[in-house]
Design a protein around this ligand. Sequence first.
Ligand SMILES: [Zn+2]
Length: 537
Amino acid sequence: MPSVPPKEAQIRAHLAQRLETLEPGLRLVAEEYVLPNAVGTGGRIDILARDQHQMWVVIELKRADKTAREAANEITKYAELLRRNRGLPADRVRTIVVALESQWRELLAPLSNIARDWRHDLRGYSLSIDEITGVPLSAQRVKWLPEPLDQRLTSIHILYLFGQAQDRDRCWERVCKSAAQAHIADLVGVDVTYQVPSETVRYPYGLYLALGRIDPQLGRPRCHQACNHPVLLADEREDWRHPDEYDALCHVTSQVRGGDLESGGPDIFNKLVQDSRWAIGQVRSTGAFSGGLYEDSDFIAALRGNDGEARTLFHASASASVASRWNLLKQDVMNCLVGNQQWTELMAGWLEAVEQGPGEYDVEIHIYNPCDLLGALIHGLPHNIREYRTKAMPERLAELVPMLVAVARPRDEKAEISVLHGSLQWDGNPVAVQREAETVYPEPSTWLSYQYGDVIRQADQRFLSLLGLWYVIDIQILAPDGSGRYKSVYESTFLPSGLDAETVENAGGLHSLFDFIERYAEDLYLTVLPYRLLFGT
Ligand SMILES: [Zn+2]
């Protein structure tokens, strides 16, 4: 007589009596623990247990592929209902999903995602059972999938040049293969074509190539052992933000040659885009950059690095307890703020405080347009001067002015949250806006050439100091009040060096950028007018 495979209920009953198969010290509270319907849904927890630290453990058992698909939904629902119905604090509830090995194919991806970001501890066990009785024999702890790479383009770029258009297509294919050997799976290529009919140039067809990051799972390319081309030396690597990607580019260029090669980088791509003799053509992409998620304009904006338009220049998060990611985040933040000395020093102080604070923090940082106020005014001020005197910052301008927001959230829900908010503030000293603007940017073309020459940040700093505008930060500490809400326990404004608190106090405090705009509406209107006439904005 063929044996019937044991049903989920049978396995559950056996497991409930043998919880130590999963972890020593686990003890049964109830099988099929009923959670009454509280918010439109109820249910039964397969096994509710407690562990040796007196935490409540929600255990879900999955035996069939069909029910395995529900595991992520159920485990999160039960943790929520248990807290909601029984008032258990979040840090007293943890969760376990138990399934047979074959079910883990279905479970691994969704549960890895939950385990990574969820505040409740989630573990998985792969269970072996006696196929006839359903008695658990052993349980293997499941290893969650590593965090996927948050892919983005690096500043490792190069420009291939060709005499014939078809050489460009062939080159792209070979570049993709060669890059894959050097562990680069994600690439963007932009066709650029020189188009001045009267001029004969040897290499009018260009392929501008940019590399994505190497997936740490793939590891550093093996060029230093296996290839003849030069690679970065140990002490040189420290100077590079993406040394492995740079080595990978050397690998590609050693294998794939065009008619000519020119160096690349965001500043160079920017000039190419501005140069009317070069036409930007199709954008090619592979790996994470393919698949239709991005539009060409996303890539062009990323390659340009700084296009003076509103966009998120930087948005990232990391945990201060994961050293490698944390250091990358700090480096990225400082790179993004280059030229903005005031925010750089204030931000460095805050990051250090978070790093050295007690406990584990997740940090999220957003930085917008840190260094070009004039650009923000040209594009963002309303065209009708009456709108300068509304109650709030004009919407378009609000998107463009420099902004810095960072939040450090502790893993421990009893700890305090630190919120940093950066803004431009006016010291209240009267100024002649138009005259000061002309001091720094005598002509609209000066502002343009500063942009292309990549010195706009220094010019911006001069402009702001003449106007009495300062990059300051406000820090707020929020503490849990015990009922699930947070209240502010500390608020303070930090001034950059060069601006002392006494001066600010004597002047009656700082004023918002909007106050400044309201006060100098006519001046600002006249200041941006020639730029607008020239650019047709
Ligand atoms: Zn190589």
